[in-house]
Design a protein around this ligand. Structure first.
Ligand code: TRP
Length: 471
């Protein structure tokens, strides 16, 4: 096996540190910002059910595959794929999978940083007491006018990218590991407080019904709010692709983030146990966010299909009305920034690891370079909500942000995940994956192998063909 002596090939200080880092990567804007708004756009319960099935049958097994590949290769995803392919007697072109991951990471980080910037701005708004007594119309107007200023969006985007670069440049181990340990549990506590608020003050029954009661007539229905304020819905297979994409997005799968984290994992840690903890924490975070948001949406006559602004229009109503709302609101958005921060660093890490390994860059230089690239791409997203929001700037009916999000989350991640499943299930020898997973040769290992060889790839393929219209 290839040995490199770069500090990036440090290991996590313990099994727990790996789990914390991976949970930090998984739990982020995807859970609190994205999950509620795409659930709102895609009809609710039935969409959630499809999403949960994707998590269990595709997400969890592929997470195990990514970690085991990473730990066996112990390098950046590009070099890991290449080295393991050669080791297993396959073509070194598998390294390209790592490249696609690096690209997907850039695309995602570019808009992730913009949205995290919104959260930063909302820390300041919450602390300033701006939400006090605000109703749905007021929070909506506040958010819409915030979006109209490219300069301030750019400022917050820049600030968040600097935060991300600062941590990745120092190496993930010093600083963030500890921060995650404190911040993640605090985020869960605050989500629970919000759910309690929604229970007492929101339309909880309707919220729960929307989130958890599958109405299958809506599985193929995708709705959007037009600029005129009207809702437009159409029948399409797209919600299923969106649910699949979200399963990858929320678990940080399909682009090498979990792979590179796995490459720093101690050899004696159990991959299956870690996966279980990560997947369950992530799913709970998303469901809590949904339970906090939809009752408030319905109680205040807001539209579930409001799009990316949903949490920024909904939660401030709660903070404006509840006792101690100024404090809780500030705290909540701080924790959301932290959740986004611990995710953003994992989007950059695969590219940085490769630059250090192959281009001889220092860790600081590599981080600065990749940070600037993602920042530049992010300008397109900043403008998507104001100067470039018009139809003349759209392609396939989507803004820049819409396109980048769709291409990365719904196309590249599932494609990457499909290839990872094929690699772990078909290219790697049985002995290799069995040795790495340390599950023995019993029913647990056999089930995983069956799922990763047949079930996960077949489902991903099916969803794809269905959406492209070939089925
Ligand atoms: N999982 C994170 C979230 O839900 C986002 C994220 C971090 C991610 N790393 C990733 C998504 C890698 C896809 C791939 O917010």
């Amino acid at each position: 096996m290839l040995q490199t002596r770069n500090p990036i090939h440090d290991q996590w200080s313990s099994r727990l540190a790996f789990i914390m880092a991976a949970v930090g990567s998984a739990v982020g804007l995807g859970n609190v910002w994205k999950f509620p708004y795409i659930t709102g756009e895609n009809g609710g319960g039935a969409f959630v059910l499809v999403y949960l099935i994707c998590i269990a049958l595709i997400g969890a097994p592929i997470m195990m595959a990514e970690i085991l590949i990473g730990r066996r290769g112990r390098q950046s995803p590009i070099n890991t794929m290449r080295t393991l392919a050669i080791q297993e007697g396959a073509h070194p072109a598998w390294g390209w999978l790592g490249w696609m991951g690096v690209m997907a990471g850039f695309l995602i980080l570019s808009y992730y940083s913009v949205i995290a910037g919104w959260s930063l701005a909302y820390v300041v708004k919450a602390a300033g007491g701006v939400f006090r007594g605000a109703d749905g119309a007021a929070t909506g107007a506040l958010f819409d006018s915030f979006l109209q200023s490219p300069a301030s969006l750019l400022l917050w985007h820049t600030l968040f990218m600097l935060l991300t670069v600062a941590v990745v440049a120092r190496g993930v181990r010093s600083g963030l590991e500890q921060a995650v340990t404190v911040m993640m549990p605090a985020l869960f506590v605050l989500l629970v407080i919000l759910v309690l608020y929604a229970f007492y003050e929101g339309d909880f029954a309707r919220g729960v019904d929307f989130l958890l009661h599958p109405d299958f007539s809506k599985v193929f229905q995708h709705c959007e709010l037009l600029d005129s304020g009207e809702k437009s819905c159409r029948i399409t297979g797209e919600p299923i692709l969106i649910a699949l994409g979200q399963a990858f997005f929320t678990l940080s799968l399909g682009m090498g983030a979990i792979m590179v984290y796995g490459s720093y994992m101690p050899a004696n840690a159990s991959i299956a146990a870690a996966t279980l903890v990560i997947v369950i924490s992530d799913t709970i975070a998303a469901l809590l966010a949904g339970l906090a948001i939809f009752p408030i949406v319905f109680a205040n006559g807001l539209e579930p299909a409001s799009g990316p602004g949903l949490i920024f229009k909904t939660l401030p109503i709660a903070f404006g009305a509840m006792p101690g709302g100024q404090l809780f609101g500030t705290l909540f958005f701080i924790l959301l920034v932290f959740a986004a921060w611990t995710s953003a660093i994992s989007l950059l890490e695969p590219a940085v690891a490769w630059l250090v390994e192959n281009r001889g860059l220092s860790r600081i230089g590599a981080t600065a370079l990749t940070g600037v690239l993602a920042w530049l791409l992010g300008i397109g997203t900043v403008l998507s909500f104001n100067l470039w929001s018009g139809e003349s700037f759209q392609l396939f009916g989507k803004t820049w942000f819409g396109l980048v999000d769709h291409l990365s989350a719904n196309i590249m991640l599932p494609l990457g995940g499909f290839c990872i499943a094929i690699f772990a299930g078909w290219v790697m020898a049985r002995e290799s994956s069995r040795e790495e997973l340390q599950l023995g040769d019993g029913v647990r290992y056999r089930t995983w192998r069956f799922v990763i060889r047949y079930v996960s790839p077949a489902l991903v393929l099916l969803v794809f063909l269905n959406t492209v219209g070939l089925l």
